[in-house]
Design a protein around this ligand. Structure first.
Ligand code: OFO
Length: 183
């Protein structure tokens, strides 16, 4: 008896998104390494923690597919994009990645609606809320770099910004505090 409660199309779409979350974790990881090698410890710490969040998102999709009796397909993770050219470029790339991810999440919501797969529709609502928060966070980063001078930010402005990010509260939670249920 087939106990898979996901349609073939939905299973494929959820697997694609699961692998995309893993790719995003790699991108944040590579940006974190770039920031550290440029001397921005606070920004690097923030990006490393965010990488862990994306990895937890991947696990959330993985567990959901399994719970619905589906088949998980772990794909290869593409190489992350080139390193950012500056802190300004880094934050712009983060914003773009989050907006792009929102588009993918909304497509999944629409697909679940069209299929009347209410379990998946309900599951996806967590990600709709999460993307609003992640976009807010990315907008906040853009605001911070704009106030610091944007592309023209001086070393001392970037030093203060890095320090501030190092002292930030845990809006991006510490890796050890995150769980699959509450990434
Ligand atoms: Fe950046 O968020 Fe995952 O889904």
């Amino acid at each position: 008896m087939n106990s898979n409660r996901l349609s073939p199309a939905m299973q494929a779409a959820l697997n694609t998104q699961m692998n995309k979350e893993n790719f995003q974790a790699q991108v944040y990881l590579s940006y974190g390494c770039w920031a550290d090698s440029e001397g921005y410890d606070g920004i690097s710490n923030f990006l490393f923690r965010h990488s862990k969040e994306e990895r937890d998102h991947m696990m959330k999709f993985l567990e959901y597919i399994l719970k619905r009796g589906g088949k998980v397909s772990i794909g290869a993770i593409p190489e992350p994009h080139d390193d950012p050219k500056s802190v300004n470029d880094c934050f712009e790339k983060v914003f773009k990645q989050e907006v792009d991810n929102t588009t993918s999440i909304y497509a999944l919501v629409k697909q679940s609606f069209d299929e009347q797969d209410w379990a998946t529709w309900n599951f996806m609502q967590w990600f709709v809320k999460e993307q609003t928060e992640e976009e807010n966070l990315a907008i906040e980063l853009l605001d911070m770099i704009r106030v610091a001078g944007g592309k023209e930010a001086t070393h001392s402005a970037l030093f203060s910004l890095d320090k501030r990010m190092g002292e930030r509260g845990d809006s991006a939670r510490l890796a050890q505090d995150a769980t699959t249920d509450n990434p």
